[in-house]
Write a protein that binds this ligand. Sequence first.
Ligand code: G1P
Length: 290
Amino acid sequence: MPKPVRKAVFPVAGLGTRTLPATKAVPKEMLTVVDRPLIHYAIEEAKAAGIEEFYFVTGRAKSAIEDHFDIAFELEQTLRERGHGELLDELNEWLPAAGQFAFTRQQRPLGLGHAVWCARNLVGDEPFAVMLVDDLMVGEPPCLAQMIDAYRETGGNLVAVVEVPREHVRRYGVLDVVGDDGRLARARGVVEKPEPAEAPSTLTIIGRYIIQPEIFDHLAALKPGSGNEIQLTDGLQQLISTGQPFHGLRPKARRYDCGDKLGYLEANVALGLAHPQLGAQFRRLIQSYL
Ligand code: G1P
């Protein structure tokens, strides 16, 4: 049995350039899909997978994220006085308990690999999950729970993957596959944002990872890679080179790329239509526009 995954790292220091001007002053992780911010979905997914500790790697202009994890004292008092107890429950039921979450800073925008490395002292010497919050995953069981199930079989390092058209591979980390049963693919390499003609496959990484702690030493030693940034994918490649297993799981889940304006709109439509209270009315509303 591999060591259990109890900790998750959320790199939330990104500048959100693809979603400007919305993300000029609002962190992209606080963009709202239907009625809650993206970060909220990621925490619920992590909790459903048994994650107990939540570490955020933040940057400048991200304080709204920290505030979202606090008790909003005046707001609660007012809701209580006005008899809105049901809203109070919704406000706090998803919150990790005090002491179960922590924030650290990525002081310079040196890349995703560097952001994850910034959490090394919080993670310590155990396997951990990385969740990229702008990849909103909708599935049952939730995506990370499916991955943790698969990880019990595979051990090592595991990422969520999806097949994309070849011309899109230059946006992603891409697996060099040696075995594939249609659900789990075993890889002998990963490459960040290759040119389509050079990509080893069209199986690409979605923003969910289970990683062994040895990656921190590799990340510390890495030279900048694609985009002149320290790439998490390059750290994973180093782990593969030292003989650790590496698998990609095709989760039974839908991915919405909310770091992209169209993907974000799609997420709002899909989750709006599926919303238990708003769905039926929203459907009629959408139909009236078509
Ligand atoms: C990052 C990773 C990439 C992965 C992608 C998933 O890229 O570097 O390997 O495929 O997330 O969303 P980014 O979207 O930050 O450019």
